[in-house]
Design a protein around this ligand. Structure first.
Ligand SMILES: [Cu+2]
Length: 127
């Protein structure tokens, strides 16, 4: 599953031109993100569909190191108003669309203990 998604992301990278929206599917299962590494083209909208298959709450927050440092010490229990902060109740599906500048970003669940358990992924936006 993770391999297939990674291959899809790679092929989408080659075909995404101009206004094409790239679709990325992320599954949360046993408190891990699948896939945990994604490459996307920079400068075009990336539409994420995130599926929480677990019976517990998770969140999907994507950004740079400064962004995550804020969230590690943050007190917000729920997200939803910002496209880079997605709250995922048990067995839920959420969609969000983001456009990235070239660079490397991480997506992390900042619920207590989840990052340490391995709820971390890397997204590389190639310009
Ligand atoms: Cu989590």
């Amino acid at each position: 599953m993770a391999l297939a998604l990674a291959a899809f992301a790679a092929s989408a990278c080659a075909t995404a031109q101009a206004s094409t929206t790239t679709q990325i599917a992320i599954r949360i299962h046993y408190s891990h993100f699948e896939p945990n590494r994604i490459e996307v083209p920079a400068g075009v909208p990336i539409a994420f569909t995130i599926v929480n298959d677990d019976p517990i709450d998770h969140e999907w927050l994507i950004g740079d190191e400064a962004f995550h440092n804020r969230h590690r010490t943050g007190t917000e229990a729920a997200h939803g108003a910002r496209p880079d902060e997605v709250s995922l109740p048990p067995m839920s599906v959420r969609t969000t669309t983001l456009t990235f500048a070239p660079g490397t970003y991480t997506y992390i669940c900042h619920f207590p203990g989840h990052e340490a358990y391995g709820m971390v992924g890397v997204l590389v936006a190639k310009g």
